[in-house]
Design a protein around this ligand. Structure first.
Ligand code: PEP
Length: 252
């Protein structure tokens, strides 16, 4: 049985005070949602402040990106070990904003995924098609190619620790949420890809999150789908009540 995971991607939002206040708001309401895993991913500069708030609680801490090298002359980058050092257990990799705005490739996401796993961080590997790709019936092919490229060289043992996030690019930050059927179709395809590449037992353990305009009012029906194991939430994760409302949707 896969536990649901609700992850908040705060992106380049908040300041120090509001990040701490948001984390406190979430921590203050978690008691009702013990059956769900909760994760917050603040901007990197606020990780240490948010870590103070979530330490000793059931809310986990994640980063929004990392670099694959361990250390050295990589100005502006952060390693997996640095993220672990400040209390992160998870890292979002290959988010569509990094792929499409910052030019991150599957090969780069793959190196980061392997480095995160080697360091003991849980990578949340994002995949998702553009609107034009969906309209051209290329969704399955795009997802397969991102899956293969981003997860190359990941062993059957390692894959069980990976979280995959299906985030259709046309649904991110647009208010246009995928229907539960559209999302479930891709999640079921991803589960099939996992089974083909690994085996049924490992595939059954991998959590596949949906992301794209999830909010408290639409979370319930998305999270009721058999292959939707949680949500990666952008805008709605910036309000503690709304984020906890999504967790409520996961409890059912
Ligand atoms: C995201 O950025 O991962 C995301 C899903 O954003 P939003 O919830 O705002 O669509």
């Amino acid at each position: 049985m896969r536990r649901k995971l609700i992850a908040g991607n705060w992106k380049m939002n908040t300041d120090r005070a509001s990040a701490v206040a948001l984390a406190k708001g979430i921590v203050g309401g978690v008691d009702k949602y013990k059956a769900v895993d909760l994760l917050v991913c603040p901007p990197a500069v606020y990780l240490t402040f948010v870590a103070e708030v979530v330490r000793g609680t059931s809310v986990a801490l994640g980063a929004q990106n990392m670099y694959h090298e361990g250390n050295g002359a990589f100005t502006g980058e952060l390693s997996a070990a640095m993220l672990k050092d400040v209390g992160c257990s998870h890292v979002i990799l290959g988010h569509s904003e990094r792929r499409h705005i910052l030019g991150e490739t599957d090969a780069a996401v793959n190196k980061k995924t392997l480095a995160a796993l080697a360091a003991g961080l849980v990578p949340i590997v994002c995949v998702g098609e553009l609107l034009a790709e969906r309209e051209a019936n290329k969704t399955a092919a795009v997802i397969r190619s991102q899956f293969e490229g981003s997860l190359a060289g990941v062993s059957a043992e390692q894959i069980e620790k990976v979280v995959i996030a299906y985030e259709p690019v046309w649904a991110i930050g647009t208010g246009k949420v995928a229907t539960p059927q559209q999302a479930e179709e891709v999640h079921a395809d991803l589960r099939k890809l996992l089974t083909e590449r690994y085996n049924g037992q490992s595939a059954a353990k991998v959590r596949i999150l949906y992301g794209g305009s999830v909010k408290a009012s639409n979370a319930g029906e998305l999270l009721a789908q058999p292959n939707i194991d949680g949500a990666l939430v952008g805008g709605a994760s910036l309000k503690a009540d709304e984020f906890l409302g999504i967790a409520a949707g996961a409890v059912g």
